[in-house]
Design a protein around this ligand. Structure first.
Ligand SMILES: CC(C)(COP(=O)(O)OP(=O)(O)OC[C@H]1O[C@@H](n2cnc3c(N)ncnc32)[C@H](O)[C@@H]1OP(=O)(O)O)[C@@H](O)C(=O)NCCC(=O)NCCS
Length: 157
């Protein structure tokens, strides 16, 4: 589970990574660092979840997760694997790291013998919408809070 590009590595996270990104991620997503740390530990402990990081010279510069759950959309309930929590350090953006982390998580879902995966994106998050649409995600439903549910058919690749 590892890809190298100079000093860039994308790999599944370990417990020691969590303190290295929790403060930055908490600010980015408007949460407490303790919530981010607790969520990271839950992700590592659950075989239905995946936590990935990108590191550059041992520093965590991007984080993303996969979790299995069910959401209530305006059209229907959707249950399955959701790619969530994608964050790339501002100074490292537009270098393909967010896309790489997303491809790697799609591979992870596929390896769980699952041919569909989903994500939830705020309607105003244009960069994230474009990134996911370029990878085959399509808008299939909308949640009550306005977030878009996008779904990708992994068997198409
Ligand atoms: C959204 C985010 C994860 C993108 O990460 P990134 O590493 O910069 O993305 P990539 O370099 O892999 O971009 C891949 C493609 O996505 C699209 N894209 C990414 N950011 C974009 C932006 N700000 N505006 C328009 N398109 C964008 C582009 O098509 C880009 O390809 P290009 O650079 O060749 O034009 C990053 O900006 C981020 O962490 N934002 C804050 C947190 C957030 O919004 N997370 C998503 C929650 S759903």
């Amino acid at each position: 589970m590892e890809k190298s590009n100079d000093h860039l590595r994308v790999r599944t996270a370990c417990e020691a990574d969590i303190p290295n990104y929790s403060d930055k991620l908490a600010i980015a997503f408007g949460l407490e660092a303790s919530q981010i740390r607790a969520q990271g530990l839950r992700d590592l402990a659950d075989k239905n979840r995946c936590l990935m990081v990108a590191t550059l010279r041992e520093e965590v510069i991007a984080v993303a997760r996969v979790t299995h759950y069910e959401v209530n959309g305006s059209l229907k309930n959707t249950e399955g694997y959701f790619l969530l929590g994608l964050w790339v350090e501002p100074s490292a953006r537009r270098r393909g790291i967010g896309k790489l982390l997303t491809v790697r998580r799609m591979d992870w879902v596929n390896n769980q013998q699952n041919t569909t995966c989903h994500t939830l994106i705020d309607a105003y998050a244009i960069g994230s919408l474009k990134l996911h649409e370029d990878l085959g995600f399509r808008h299939t439903d909308t949640l009550a809070d306005g977030r878009r549910l996008l779904t990708a058919d992994l068997s198409e690749n």
